[in-house]
Design a protein around this ligand. Structure first.
Ligand code: GAR
Length: 193
């Protein structure tokens, strides 16, 4: 059984779907949720499901990313985490942290990567006149929102869409995609062989 740690910064709706899926027979165990901000709404949702939570508040590290990441790493090691899922985690992770977790860290991103890495993905899809957008789950590498793509879902852009209407429809697809990709990933994970 692989220990899964989920990193969040906000609402945690993707985290919730992953936790719910891991309540079913699953190759992973939801071991820990970590937020970089103490007021992330997702923390209470995880606690309500009986999952251990921790806060590593990036603001306390005053821009010292390596100290922030060292604190994060310590907690992940204490909980013997095997695989990390970034789920709306809005901090950029440094090369050392990423390389320590290479091949063991997934992220969900609200675009059809490699299109629209970074922020404001919905508005950028609208501005470009794209007929479709969507979401991607990928392995995390040191380049932002790059790394092998493990799964994508497509969402049609409608004529009267706004960034927020599009975000809401993409999020529905994220909730389907991430649990499915995590399951597949863990089944094929090296230590399971
Ligand atoms: C999701 O739409 C996720 O794809 C996005 O943040 C949202 C988090 O929602 N992530 C990124 O933009 C990462 N670059 P949630 O907290 O309800 O899961």
């Amino acid at each position: 059984m692989l220990n899964v740690g989920i990193l969040i910064s906000g609402a945690g709706s993707n985290m919730l779907r992953l936790l719910e899926d891991m309540e079913q027979p699953h190759p992973g165990r939801a071991s820990l949720v970590v937020s970089n901000t103490p007021d992330a709404a997702g923390l209470a949702k995880a606690e309500a499901m009986g999952i251990a939570t921790q806060v590593v508040d990036h603001k306390l590290y005053r821009g010292d990313r390596s100290a922030f990441e060292a604190a994060l790493q310590k907690i992940l090691l204490v909980h013997e985490i095997d695989v990390i899922c970034l789920a709306g985690f809005m901090r950029i992770l440094g090369a050392d942290f990423v390389s320590a977790w290479q091949g063991r860290m997934l992220n969900i991103h609200p675009s059809l990567l490699p299109k629209y890495q970074g922020l404001k993905t919905y508005q950028r899809a609208l501005d470009a006149g794209d007929a479709e957008t969507g979401c991607s789950v990928h392995e995390v590498v040191s380049e932002l929102d790059a790394g092998p793509i493990l799964g994508q879902s497509r969402v049609a852009v409608l004529p009267d869409d706004t960034a927020s209407s599009l975000a809401a429809r993409v999020l529905v697809q994220e909730h389907q995609l991430y649990p499915r990709v995590l399951r597949d990933f863990l089944v094929q994970f090296p230590s399971q062989a």
